[in-house]
Design a protein around this ligand. Structure first.
Ligand code: FES
Ligand code: FES
Length: 172
C-alpha cells in the first residue's frame, strides 16, 4: 500500500500528513503521534504488540499503535489519552481508586493511558461488563507495578458511573 498523503482526526483536530515530509511509509502510528504531534501519553515499551502500553482508540476501537502503520490509519478518528480530561469517568475512576479494599489503579502511571483507552473501547461495546469480560478485555495489557486489582476495580467503578448516568442497570 502506498500513500502520499494521510488524513487523520486526532483528539478532535484534523491533520494532513505528507509522506517523505511527515512520515515514512513504514512508520508506525505511535511514532507519528509521539514525534510529530508530541502526544507522549501514547506510551511505547515493547514495540511488539505484547504490552498494550501504546493502545489508542481508532474509530472507537482499541488498536496497538506500535503495530499500526500510519498509512493504515488514513481517514480515521484517533483518540489518545490527551483527548480525555479529568471529568472523563474512566480517568476519574483510575485516579480515584485507592480506598480500603480497592487497591490502587495507578502507581508509576506508565501503563495507565493504555488501560484507560482499552476500558473506553470495552465500555463503548459493553457498558456493563462482567468480571470475566473485564479480565478478558484487559488481558493484553501489562502493568509492571502490579496494580491489576485496582485497575479492575477502576473499570467496574467507571462502568457503574456510566450505567447510572445512562439510567442503566448497575453492576453487582
Ligand atoms: S508498545 Fe505497543 S504493545 Fe507494547
Ligand atoms: S502503574 Fe506502573 S506500570 Fe502500571
Amino acid at each position: 500500500m502506498k500513500k502520499d498523503k494521510v488524513r487523520l482526526t486526532v483528539n478532535g483536530r484534523s491533520y494532513e500528513f505528507l509522506s517523505g515530509r511527515d512520515f515514512e511509509p513504514g512508520d508506525t502510528l505511535s511514532k507519528l503521534l509521539r514525534e510529530r504531534l508530541g502526544l507522549t501519553g501514547v506510551r511505547v515499551s515493547c514495540e511488539q504488540g505484547a504490552c498494550g502500553a501504546c493502545t489508542i482508540l481508532m474509530d472507537g476501537k482499541s488498536v496497538l499503535s506500535c503495530m499500526t502503520l500510519v498509512i493504515e490509519a488514513d481517514g480515521s478518528e484517533i483518540l489518545t489519552i490527551e483527548g480525555l480530561n479529568g471529568k472523563d469517568p474512566v480517568v476519574d475512576a483510575f485516579v480515584n481508586t485507592y480506598g480500603p479494599g480497592e487497591g490502587t489503579a495507578m502507581q508509576c502511571g506508565f501503563c495507565t493511558p493504555g488501560f484507560v483507552l482499552e476500558t473506553h473501547a470495552l465500555l463503548n461495546e459493553n457498558p456493563n461488563p462482567s468480571d470475566e469480560e473485564i479480565t478478558e478485555a484487559l488481558s493484553g495489557h501489562i502493568c509492571r507495578c502490579g496494580c491489576y486489582h485496582g485497575i479492575h476495580t477502576a473499570v467496574k467503578k467507571a462502568a457503574d458511573h456510566i450505567c447510572s448516568c445512562e439510567g442503566g442497570e448497575q453492576n453487582e
